[in-house]
Design a protein around this ligand. Structure first.
Ligand SMILES: Nc1ncnc2c1ncn2[C@@H]1O[C@H](COP(=O)(O)OP(=O)(O)OP(=O)(O)O)[C@@H](O)[C@H]1O
Ligand SMILES: [Mg+2]
Length: 141
């Protein structure tokens, strides 16, 4: 785990790394003041995304960092951002992959769609042959 720019970057190459990503996201979310429900949501989302990076992307990295922003009403808020990157095969049809129940393999196909619902901001970019990048943000209230 290396620290750069206030965040931590974790390689994702084995099951144990998925656990480390979960722990890291939990710690950052706690530090950002997220309540138990939001904390559990973002940890669950990160877990699914880390698993996708490992299983579908052939491994990659997760970067986890604290973020600061303001609400629509101008009140300061803090949160956690997690960025998952791999240089795997990419997703040919991102729209399909984001549907509930769509899996190219034997999975339930609920990982991406579930993760998207559990966070406040979700951005997926993928290119066939060039890999996949997913960014999620969860804010404290
Ligand atoms: N990082 C990735 N690289 C390549 N393909 C991916 C990646 N993440 C997701 N996908 C594709 O998107 C599909 C949907 O992902 P999702 O996580 O929803 O389902 P799943 O992983 O197949 O099953 P589940 O997560 O429910 O066990 C995957 O089956 C896979 O084809
Ligand atoms: Mg999945």
């Amino acid at each position: 785990m290396s620290a750069r720019g206030g965040g931590d970057e974790v390689p994702i190459a084995a099951d144990a790394d998925v656990v480390r990503v979960r722990q890291l996201v939990r710690a950052r979310a706690q530090a950002a003041g997220l309540g138990l429900v939001d904390l559990t949501k973002v940890v669950t989302a990160a877990s699914e995304l880390a698993r996708n990076t490992l299983v579908h992307g052939g491994g990659g990295t997760a970067r986890v960092e604290a973020v600061a922003g303001t609400t629509a009403g101008g009140r300061p808020r803090s949160g956690v951002r997690a960025v998952f990157v791999d240089a795997g095969p990419g997703i040919p049809d991102v729209r399909a992959a984001l549907q509930d129940g769509w899996s190219s393999g034997t999975g339930l196909g609920l990982g991406l769609s579930g993760a998207r619902r559990l966070v406040d901001e979700f951005d997926l970019t993928s290119g066939v042959g060039s890999g996949t990048r997913v960014v999620v943000v969860k804010w404290g209230r």
